[in-house]
Design a protein. Structure first.
Length: 309
């Protein structure tokens, strides 16, 4: 199965977006995808100009965003000046709007740009949890790696997203696990040939040899591909009209004049200006076999399924 979106011409004229900023949520583990978490906040849509630069990766480095909001009123600039604000950006097109970024602000700066007052929110996705949470527990021989990983995920206090783990490897001897949760998850997932990341405040764990189990996204000049993809040593890089479903670990089927094939995305950079021309995703991916798309945990790909015209 694959997802094919409507024509790029329609997308050029039917952009949709909303940004919500809210005071810090209460509790250790707020589900920021729950709209009630933002009840005390303010939502801005077409009334103000917003530009954004978002970088998402498939590894454990926190995703980053820089979101500029133009001409907030004085009261709002004062209210949201401190770090720790919840920020959510929903973007896309009429009929296809999804969360593009969900995180907590690390720094807020205000500057004057000609006649405009621009407030810049710099935010991270799960960054505070990754930096602040530690773990200490001993496990007996025979304990499954998946049980340890599940304990670490719970202790990280991040919502669970797509987690695909094979339940077949155990500790050969009893071991204590102590340290930052990030370092321990890195250690275990590397050992299992998995990768983990936080996407929109949800942790995902996926095999290095599989995509994330979602249907592939078909991209051509008719469905949002911009220009021609280019090959690089580690895979392919291409630009597309902004699509919130283009996320790390998803599968993309490319059809172009020079490169055709299936790819697993590793990095995605979103760039947008609600009052300008920029509204795109810059993607990097590695080639995969069509038969390994949407197969779930443990399904390996072998030779890349790539065709060069």
């Amino acid at each position: 199965m694959r997802i094919q979106v409507s024509s790029s011409a329609q997308f050029l004229f039917d952009r949709a977006w909303a940004i919500t900023i809210s005071p810090p949520a209460q509790g250790d583990k707020p589900d920021m995808s729950n709209p009630q978490v933002f009840n005390e906040g303010q939502q801005y849509t077409n009334s103000l100009r917003v530009t954004f630069d978002i970088e998402k990766t498939s590894d454990s480095t926190p995703n980053k965003a820089k979101i500029d909001v133009y001409n907030l009123n004085t009261q709002s600039r004062i209210k949201y000046k401190d770090k720790g604000q919840l920020i959510k950006l929903v973007a896309g097109y009429k009929g296809l709007t999804e969360i593009l970024f969900l995180g907590i602000t690390a720094r807020t700066l205000t500057r004057r740009e000609g006649a405009d007052i621009v407030t810049s929110f710099e935010a991270g996705d799960g960054e505070q949890n990754i930096a602040n949470y530690y773990f200490q527990k001993s496990y007996e021989a025979g304990t499954k790696y998946t049980a340890i990983i599940n304990d670490l995920v719970t202790a990280l206090k991040i919502e669970k997203g797509n987690i695909s783990l094979l339940d077949d490897k155990v500790l050969q001897k009893g071991l204590p696990f102590s340290g930052s949760i990030k370092s321990l998850l890195d250690l275990l997932t590397n050992n299992l040939e998995y990768t983990w990341s936080i996407q929109n405040n949800h942790i995902q764990i996926n095999s290095l040899k599989a995509t994330n189990g979602e249907p592939s996204i078909f991209l051509s000049s008719e469905t949002g591909l911009i220009g021609e993809p280019s090959l690089k040593e580690s895979g392919v890089i291409f630009e597309a009209l902004l699509n919130p479903r283009l996320i790390p670990e998803c599968a993309v089927e490319l059809k172009s004049n020079t490169i055709n094939g299936y790819f697993k995305l590793k990095n995605v950079k979103y760039k947008g200006d609600t009052h300008g021309n920029e509204w795109k995703a810059v993607c990097e991916g590695v080639a995969v076999e069509a038969g390994q798309i949407n197969q779930g945990a443990g399904q390996a790909y072998t030779q890349p399924g790539i065709g060069i015209v």
